[in-house]
Design a protein around this ligand. Structure first.
Ligand code: PNS
Length: 168
């Protein structure tokens, strides 16, 4: 029997409970889920790629059929390399769809792989990585939005001095 692999891509800066909800839902539909921690050219990350991979790996530890990889290049190329059956992305609302639809078309153009959209848990619809960082920056409580280890890493990164190369 062929193993049907889904790729869940994102920048995951940082992973949130919303992302973990989508990965669980993807795993209920596919034999294996590969979480791909990638580069979004439009965003300057708070956490480096290695930290984002580590935090996601820890967050899914013990979940059978889920693994986390770093994606240094194109999502379409990773999907081809893995023989992925689909890309799975979570939608919180219409704005997410508007952002995701051109990427889904481009990834299908490049690799032939379809994107499957999954509706996340409504109680997590307000949770995004960017809002988590914003809340943390201004002293708000991010427990309940991210796993505890992620909360610690975000607070540490926010209070660290900026790198000398000017990267934020
Ligand atoms: O969580 P994000 O920032 O919305 O994730 C975007 C991400 C990383 C999935 C997207 O930028 C991506 O796929 N980057 C890898 C490079 C790539 O394939 N670019 C073309 C996308 S159509």
């Amino acid at each position: 029997m062929t193993t049907r692999i889904a790729v869940c891509p994102g920048s995951f800066d940082p992973v949130t409970l919303g992302h973990l909800d989508i990965v669980r839902r993807a795993r209920s539909l596919f034999d294996e889920v590969v979480v791909a921690v990638g580069i979004n050219a439009g965003k300057a990350p708070l956490l480096d790629a290695e930290t984002r991979v580590r935090l996601f790996t820890e967050a899914v530890a013990g979940q059978d059929g889920v693994r986390v990889v770093r994606m240094p290049g194109l999502l379409a190329d990773l999907c081809t390399e893995l023989g992925a059956a689909a890309i799975v992305k979570g939608l919180r609302g219409g704005a997410d769809y508007d952002a995701e639809q051109p990427m889904a078309l481009m990834n299908r153009h490049l690799s032939g792989v379809e994107t499957v959209f999954v509706t996340g848990a409504p109680e997590l619809a307000h949770v995004s990585s960017s809002m988590v960082k914003d809340v943390a920056r201004y002293g708000g409580d991010i427990a309940g939005l991210v796993p505890p280890a992620v909360s610690d890493a975000v607070h540490a990164a926010i209070s660290a001095p900026p790198p000398k190369d000017g990267r934020s």
